[in-house]
Design a protein around this ligand. Structure first.
Ligand code: DGL
Length: 266
């Protein structure tokens, strides 16, 4: 399907995490029509094999292709790392990584070292390290993987002990290896519980890659002459999980106009 400046942008993640990217994108590009897909039925992506992730992302990109997307935003660090390992998928539209834009932002901050807390897939891929060192040679990267935090957030376990306990474990293990001033929350589910991170390590500045990715999206659309000039874009949200959780998390993040979240299995 051919696309033009009125075509929608696709955003996807393994669940509610990508709403942290949706929030930034809507603030920066209010005129864009957006289709969001959160694949909670397949969450966590970060514990899956490359083969499984390829099959999952293929279905998601086919869906956005069938809706005539002009661009897809990978609001998922895990599959952004996958595409960095395997090459960007050839699907007729650009799939924008979340890792490259934050690596560029970091170079402007001029840090000598930085922590990265992410899924095990993302940490094991080594892609944060590679892209950060490409943008700022000499910057040392300290990675810490979690097998469970994305899933805890994606099942809405707010208010209990499990999320604070895992956040505390992650920050204290990382900071015991190195006293870092900056840590990237390199899984889009984590900024939903950034208050827990700030409580666990108040001396650290936590960075959310979503802001840099939204800026990169805006820049790319402008370069391609694909910015939608309308004042207010439409938003459609789909999930293979529970729509009520998406409405709750959108509320926590202050995202307005999310409307009715539809259940969809691809
Ligand atoms: N939110 C995703 C990420 O940024 C994936 C989390 C998961 O499902 O493991 O990595």
């Amino acid at each position: 399907m051919t696309h033009n400046l009125n075509s929608p942008i696709g955003i996807y993640d393994s669940g509610v995490g990508g709403l942290t990217v949706l929030r930034r994108l809507r603030a920066l590009l209010p005129g864009e029509d957006i289709i969001y897909f959160g694949d909670s039925a397949n969450c966590p992506f970060g514990n899956r094999s490359r083969q499984e992730l390829n099959a999952i992302t293929q279905r998601i990109l086919d869906f956005f292709g069938s809706r005539g997307a002009k661009l897809t935003v990978s609001a998922c660090n895990t599959t952004s790392a996958l595409f960095q390992l395997e090459g960007e998928p050839d699907c007729g539209f650009k799939v924008l990584s979340i890792i490259e834009p934050i690596a560029g932002h970091l170079a402007r901050l001029g840090l000598e070292e930085v922590g990265v807390i992410a899924t095990e897939f993302t940490v094991n891929s080594g892609m944060y390290e590679k892209l950060i060192q490409k943008a700022s040679p000499g910057t040392k990267v300290w990675g810490q993987g979690s097998p469970s935090l994305a899933r805890l957030v994606d099942t809405g376990r707010f208010g209990g002990d499990e999320i604070p306990t895992e956040v505390h474990r992650l920050t204290s293990e990382l900071l015991s290896r190195r006293a870092l001033s900056h840590i990237i929350l390199a899984c889009t589910h984590y900024p939903i519980v950034d208050g827990e991170f700030m409580m666990a390590a108040p001396e650290v500045t936590f960075l959310d890659p979503a802001a840099s990715q939204a800026e990169a999206t805006s820049q790319l659309l402008a370069e391609q002459g694909l910015l939608n000039p309308q004042a207010k874009g439409k938003l459609e949200v789909y999930t293979s999980g529970h729509p009520a959780l998406f409405e709750e998390v959108a509320g926590r993040l202050g995202i307005e106009g999310i409307g009715r979240v539809e259940h969809l299995v691809l």
